[in-house]
Write a protein that binds this ligand. Structure first.
Ligand code: AMP
Length: 355
């Protein structure tokens, strides 16, 4: 049996590993700092749980494998500048942006993009990190060290944040989940609902956008596209060439989870359309200690990543899937009492947006 090596051993790698049992696959997440000498066979497959990695003993070994699926794509999507260029070339709507070069002045950005401009580091930024707002009213300047290292984006007055998560296999067949409706607080995903009635009108548009991108890259596996919704239009915020936090609800709410889809696609197994079991809600656990009582909340499917708890760190998530919205609401309210105070905003948002 060939092995599927996963570059990275965080929670995404662990969930890929867990999904392997149902498919009888041998999946091995590898910590990028490991000093292991890996016994990679020629027929083995390599995939990644992250879009960027440093050169280390093991990443060099994994990168050398000729079956590293999507290998050439990671770097192009991990750099926001090239990601934006790819989207523009494909006419996929994205938040208006400008490159920030040596000669770029803040004034140029205000003229091109408006009074509020968001600088985003080209690489390495995530969960709202690596961002810096500029305001024309304050005469803000581009900070030192940001030239050539970031792009500038227009401030989008979005009504919703949604994501499109889909899978494409080597034959080019694609399957998409119902769009996720997401709540971010301070740049971090805190809650997701899927499917949501008001997203249905944007499903075809989202599938078309992500499908166009995956086809053009000849991508194989799960990809996630985070979008802003403004009126009837979706606009890409960012794209992740991997399984994604906004697809975690699929572990409970879909017959085939995003992790299983990803493995099926990279291992060349069938990727049939999955049945969505029912309306799902996901609560992300950020920088909060483990509470055993979460597991007594009716319907709660608790995923704890066994990571050291630090402020702002993703340490787990809790899924619910229930077609009885009254029960789902009651469970979310029970959970609220077992979470830190700042979660009231998240639970309120989930309850308000349940169809
Ligand atoms: P990102 O790290 O790009 O996913 O951004 C994190 C969060 O910052 C997003 O989920 C939005 O809530 C917010 N954000 C990012 N880009 C913009 C933008 N151009 N305009 C307004 N808000 C944004």
């Amino acid at each position: 049996m060939s092995t599927i090596w996963v570059l990275g051993a965080g929670q995404l790698g662990a969930m890929l590993h867990d999904a392997a049992a149902a498919l009888d696959l041998d999946v091995r997440p590898i910590d990028i700092e490991s000093d292991q000498q890996l016994e990679i066979k020629e027929a083995d497959i390599v995939t990644a749980e992250r879009e960027q990695w440093p050169e280390t003993l093991v990443t060099r070994q994994l990168s050398a494998n000729s079956n590293f699926v999507n290998k050439a794509i990671f770097g192009r999507l991990a750099d926001r500048l090239t990601q934006k260029q790819i989207l523009d070339d494909l006419n996929i709507a994205t938040s208006p942006w400008r490159a920030v070069e040596d000669s770029t002045r803040a004034e140029d950005l205000y003229t091109a993009l408006g009074d509020k401009v968001l600088l985003k580091r080209r690489t390495g930024g995530y969960d709202g990190r690596g961002q810096h707002w500029l305001s024309a009213d304050q005469n803000d300047e581009i900070p030192e060290g940001w030239h050539n290292a970031c792009i500038a984006e227009q401030k989008i007055p979005f009504e919703d944040e949604v994501s499109v998560v889909g899978v494409r296999n080597a034959e080019g067949e694609k399957v998409f989940y119902p769009l996720s409706l997401n709540l971010h607080v301070n740049g971090i995903l805190m809650g997701t609902l899927a499917p949501v009635k008001r997203n249905a009108a944007h499903q075809a548009q989202g599938e078309n956008m992500l499908g166009t991108l995956m086809d053009s890259l000849d991508y194989v596996g799960v990809m996630a596209m985070e979008c802003f919704r403004v009126g009837n239009d979706l606009m890409v915020n960012e794209v992740a060439p991997r399984v994604h936090n906004s697809g975690h609800w699929s572990l409970t709410g879909s017959e085939i989870s995003q992790f299983e889809y990803h493995l099926r696609a990279v291992a060349n197994l069938p990727t049939p359309a999955a049945v969505t079991i029912g309306p799902s809600a996901m609560v992300n656990l950020i920088g909060t200690d483990y509470v055993e009582a979460w597991r007594s909340v009716p319907g709660a499917d608790v995923y704890w990543y066994n990571k050291e708890v630090r402020a702002g760190r993703k340490v787990g998530h809790i899924n619910f899937c229930d077609s009885d919205s009254i029960q789902l609401e009651a469970s979310l309210r029970t959970l609220e009492k077992l979470l830190p105070e700042n979660y009231s905003e998240v639970i309120d948002w989930l309850v308000d947006n349940l169809s």
